[in-house]
Design a protein around this ligand. Structure first.
Ligand SMILES: CC[C@@H](C(=O)O)C(=O)SCCNC(=O)CCNC(=O)[C@H](O)C(C)(C)COP(=O)(O)OP(=O)(O)OC[C@H]1O[C@@H](n2cnc3c(N)ncnc32)[C@H](O)[C@@H]1OP(=O)(O)O
Ligand SMILES: [Co+2]
Length: 145
């Protein structure tokens, strides 16, 4: 089996039915001041905003368009909830090969995510019921983009 390990936890994805209300909640209830403006990411079918904390990011996501991958999740969890964990990897193609070699189902071809680097998702059925995103580590520090 090829040597491979994931890097740091990059973000926790949280699906929300109303992103403006969620941003207001993180500001008003938790006192977070560094929260990005919502941005649409049509190829991923989501609108996202980052809640920037000293230790990392919460990624708020809400559906964008008719075929969003989080629509079903929100139907099952109408108030929203924790949706995915994202680990950084050095090289996404090496990661995909390693994951497939280890019997994990990779759900998509690498595509550009919210940090501007390539991401893939792994089936939650292979990871203890948790949807895992792997993202290539940004070359420069774009983590607060
Ligand atoms: C902001 C951009 C980007 C970034 O750069 O960070 C993002 O994070 S975008 C995040 C949203 N994108 C994705 O989620 C893409 C990958 N997701 C998928 O391919 C699908 O959503 C899915 C995970 C395969 C689920 O498919 P779906 O059709 O929605 O649901 P099913 O009912 O068929 O689910 C199958 C199975 O999986 C369980 N499930 C679904 N979602 C989750 C989840 N978020 N966490 C844990 N488990 C999940 C679901 O309960 C089913 O389980 P079983 O009933 O046991 O089969
Ligand atoms: Co994500």
């Amino acid at each position: 089996m090829p040597k491979f390990n994931v890097g740091p936890l990059n973000h926790v994805g949280v699906a929300v039915p109303d992103i403006d209300a969620a941003i207001a909640m993180y500001r008003e209830k938790f006192g977070v001041t560094d929260i990005t403006e919502p941005k649409d990411l049509p190829p991923q079918g989501v609108t996202y905003a980052f809640v920037n904390l000293p230790s990392g990011q919460v990624e708020l996501i809400t559906p964008y368009g008719d075929n969003s991958p989080i629509t079903k999740y929100l139907e099952r969890n109408p108030k929203g909830g924790q949706h995915h964990l994202c680990f950084e990897v050095e090289d996404i193609r090496e990661a995909v090969t390693a994951m497939e070699t280890r019997g994990m189902r990779v759900l998509n071809e690498p595509r550009i995510g919210a940090h501007g680097t390539l991401v893939v998702f792994l089936h939650p059925g292979d990871a203890g019921g948790v949807l895992i995103e792997l993202m290539e580590t940004p070359k420069a520090d774009a983590s607060h983009a």
